[in-house]
Write a protein that binds this ligand. Sequence first.
Ligand SMILES: [Cu+2]
Length: 395
Amino acid sequence: MKSAWFSAALAASLVAAGPTAPGAVEAVHKMTKRQTAVSGLVNSVVNSGGKVKAPEGAAPTRVEMEPRTKQVPGAKTVKLRYGPYKVPSMKVVNVFGEGGALWNFADNAAPKPCEDDCAIMGINAGLEYPNGTNANIDTGLWLHHMVLFNIGKGRKDATCGDALVSLPHMIVGSSATGSERLFSSGNERTQAILPNWNENKVGYMLKPTDKFALIVDLMNDNMVDAVVYLTITYDYVQGHPAGWDDMKPIWFDVAQCLTSEWPAPYAQGKYSIPAPIWTANIDGDIVGAAGHLHDGGQAVVLEVDGKVACRSDASYGTSPEFIGKPMHGGPAEHISKMSLCIGDSLPHKKMVKGQKWKLRAEYDYSKNKGDSHAEGKPANVMGIAIMYVRVPFKG
Ligand SMILES: [Cu+2]
């Protein structure tokens, strides 16, 4: 147990120190030669919540819906409910000083929308109570973030596949050379539905050899434990239709190849956090992108060779479910929307090998308050963007 605690503390210090801490990455790498050890550590040492048994009378875990992309022949829409997960109450404080958190919980048994070949054209995440009703900030539950991984033959993460170590992939018991981050969502719950962006005959070509895994990070502002389901809704067609292109996900992150969490550099005013430069390693047509920030965040900006390629702006409290009671002097209105970079808001549509891509996250606490812990310490922030690129399907 002693060494387990040591490893967790090391992982925590790595997250707190950021990627530049000398020796930290190598130290974690040495400590975690057996990659699956990491998910065990996170799940058992950091978290007191986790996956639990479905309560009596819970809604079904696979729900066939009215297709959202009717313009595509044979399109189906299905909502999968993952979990359920117990999120401890505010009274339970983890090793990072966060109360009411299920921290980066790894779920390696995540069903796919199809078991045979299919092409995923759309995807979005949500949070639900066992009876199927929506869970959001107005009832004290946050989809803080989720990451969907695809682990399978030939799957390599575009931005971390060549990194020495990639913590998120290790959390789900894989590596960045054997899996890729396919989708992520924060509580803003952005929908990525390609046919509705006028991007047709393109989909993420899922194969029977692929396996899904999840990182689930949830928050509970209540004084009692909560049990909730993470939902992912997929739009897809069966098979790999002839003449369709494949879709490659590209993950940009200020804490690239770490757990995405970044210590807020200031508690007041304005600041911007740059991500490391990523050199494009694929050629293709960019179909769209969107960002993720925490409260106080204003925009995620993506630049290619020094020119703005995407600006994803945050909106706050645009519907009542995103307005809660202020916690620890934090805001009542939370990020409810991140604008999409599609069509005209995507001036650079070509990804070309060798381009220098750079993300920056812009925060301004004078416009919107940030979140803080019970002791008043500012909570970690994030700056992420996911971009989808159309590439030829190689079969
Ligand atoms: Cu986040």
